[in-house]
Design a protein around this ligand. Structure first.
Ligand code: NAD
Length: 305
């Protein structure tokens, strides 16, 4: 099997590329290294330093004719998308159209990395895939726009796809910018001996999914015929206070968290129902939050060491 991974030099992409090659895939990575790094890239992958919007990126897909394109490359910084909506939409929508156009010619399946950000401030115990999408950032809107182009190409050309909407992804190698990076931010401060900063009362909840589970969901999506949109999440929540106290316990204490004013637009509660992924992809998360955090913490320690 042959795969193209766009954004393969980024946080999630690096893990996905390793796992694909380990399971026998030939992998081509398309990445412009705007936030990613070639340093962590699996040397067994063929690396192409290109912008996903470029003609060249489309030509690589057409030449290689992969079975599947995992499309992860994106402008994934929410704050940037609010300041620079044009650049955000350009990468996230036009980049996706470039990939779709190439996949239409080669018949490759597109597995797309989308986000809980498409739901905006929707407050519900557990959000389901059919719930209303009302984004509150350029990023949420551009990801939803990209999703809609994918569904359009399916209607027009019967293009094969699966859209995966991730909750907050965390794990080894995550940078401190971009989406959902509270775990990485906390790790970074712990390693520097700085106290953890919690916005507001810390009782806001998040659905944290470990990066290795996200990788397995992508691989499951490539194997199944599932022209649908599914959540990649745990369906469980943790509070930011709970996360902080668990990490401080791992670290051996000594640092009291500091509470800062609540951030404007910070969503109070976020949890994605994952039963559709279990039903359609046969995928369920395999890592507990404690195991995932421990592995992440150990990797930060190794990195600092
Ligand atoms: P990341 O920033 O680490 O990786 C994105 C990669 O895309 C980087 O290597 C970057 O260099 C590359 N890239 C960006 N623009 C490009 C362009 N124009 N051309 C070519 N390459 C380009 O982000 P990540 O956390 O690994 O996220 C991967 C995907 O998952 C993204 O689509 C993101 O929106 C989605 N996602 C992430 C999370 C999360 O919590 N990390 C949550 C939901 C969805």
């Amino acid at each position: 099997m042959k795969a193209v991974v766009t954004g393969g030099a980024g946080f999630i992409g690096t893990h996905l590329v390793h796992a694909l090659i380990d399971s026998g895939y030939e992998v081509h990575v398309l990445d412009n290294l705007s936030t990613g790094s070639a340093a962590g890239l699996d040397p067994r992958a063929e690396f192409h330093q290109v912008d996903i919007r470029s003609v060249e990126a489309g030509e690589i897909v057409k030449r290689e004719r992969p079975d599947v394109v995992f499309h992860l490359a994106a402008q994934a910084d929410v704050q940037y998308s609010i300041r620079q909506p044009f650049q955000d939409a350009d990468v996230n929508i036009m980049g996706t159209i470039r990939m779709l156009d190439a996949c239409r010619e080669t018949g490759s399946k597109l597995v797309f990395s989308s986000t809980a950000g498409v739901y905006g401030e929707l407050q519900k115990e557990r959000i389901e895939e059919e719930d209303p999408t009302v984004p509150i950032s350029g990023y949420g809107q551009s990801k939803l726009g990209a999703e809609n182009y994918i569904r359009l190409f399916h209607r027009l050309y019967n293009a094969d796809y699966t859209i995966l909407r991730y909750s907050n992804v965390y794990g080894p190698g995550q940078g401190v910018k971009g989406e959902g990076g509270v775990v990485a931010l906390f790790m970074d401060r712990l390693m520097k001996g700085e106290s953890l900063q919690i916005h507001g009362d810390g009782e806001q909840t998040r659905d944290f999914i470990y990066v290795k589970d996200v990788v397995q969901a992508n691989i499951a999506a490539a194997r199944k015929t599932c022209q649908s949109t599914v959540h990649v999440s745990t369906g469980r929540t943790s509070t930011i206070n709970g996360l902080a106290s668990y990490l401080l316990g791992l670290h051996g204490g000594g640092l009291e968290p500091a509470h800062t004013p609540a951030k404007m637009g910070d969503i109070r509660h976020s949890c994605l129902d994952n039963t559709k992924a279990a039903r359609l992809l046969g995928w369920e998360p395999a890592y507990s939050f404690e195991t995932g955090l421990k592995q992440t913490y150990d990797s930060w320690l190794n990195h600092v060491g």
